[in-house]
Design a protein around this ligand. Structure first.
Ligand SMILES: Cc1cn([C@H]2C[C@H](O)[C@@H](COP(=O)(O)OP(=O)(O)OP(=O)(O)O)O2)c(=O)[nH]c1=O
Length: 190
């Protein structure tokens, strides 16, 4: 049965390829990603992954749909996706010298329309960032479109003093959880 990746993120496509899965189609959900009032980070990631999968499933009856959502959180606070340098700078100021969580929720809707969910939680600790490090990182542009204003798959990995959890989950698609969901729906991963 066809597999649809409900994501505009090229990182998610590349991560899937690492376990030998090429989706038959890519159909981004394009839903409203605004957090609800007082919504906690894990609930937010779960809700958005489920909503992306449901929106795309409605367009592809009988297909398997895979969707994910990644959230960077400091305590109960959800950091924005950085679309401009000022937002990225504010995120980096918050992350400098402390630990944060990265929550990646994955939803798979099977051919019969049943949804299954998994959540990956990672803890990441950044070094204390100097003004020069922040300025250089902002100039590099890797933060654009990234939750929390950084991409661990790029130069920001050099800021990471400690990581516990799932590296692929921080990048956007936790491969352990994704493989389990795909296998349960009859899609063999490498
Ligand atoms: C923390 C972190 C996030 N990110 C990215 C992954 C996601 O693309 C993005 C979080 O936004 P998401 O809303 O999870 O995903 P998206 O809007 O890019 O794509 P779609 O909703 O269509 O699936 O941040 C990294 O690439 N590296 C990182 O280290």
């Amino acid at each position: 049965m066809p597999l649809i990746l409900a994501s505009a993120s090229p990182r998610r496509r590349d991560l899937l390829a690492r376990i030998g899965i090429t989706p038959d189609a890519i159909d981004p959900a394009d839903i409203d990603e605004t957090p609800l009032k007082a919504e906690l980070p894990a609930a937010h990631a779960r809700r958005l992954a489920a909503a992306k999968a449901a929106a795309v499933a409605a367009r592809h009856p009988g297909a398997t749909i895979l969707a994910a959502d990644t959230v960077v959180a400091v305590g109960r606070r959800i950091l924005p996706k950085a679309e401009d340098a000022a937002t990225a700078a504010a995120c980096l100021a918050l992350l400098s010298g402390r630990r944060h969580r990265v929550l990646s929720a994955v939803t798979l809707v099977d051919a019969a329309g049943a949804a299954r969910h998994r959540l990956s939680t990672s803890v990441v600790a950044f070094k204390r960032l100097t003004d020069a490090e922040v300025a250089a990182y902002l100039a590099g542009g890797e933060w654009r479109g990234k939750a929390g204003g950084y991409a661990i798959q790029g130069s920001a990995e050099a800021f990471v003093r400690f990581l516990s959890g799932s590296h692929s989950g921080v990048v956007g698609l936790p491969l352990f959880e994704t493989r389990a969901l795909l296998a349960a729906a009859g899609h063999a991963a490498g």
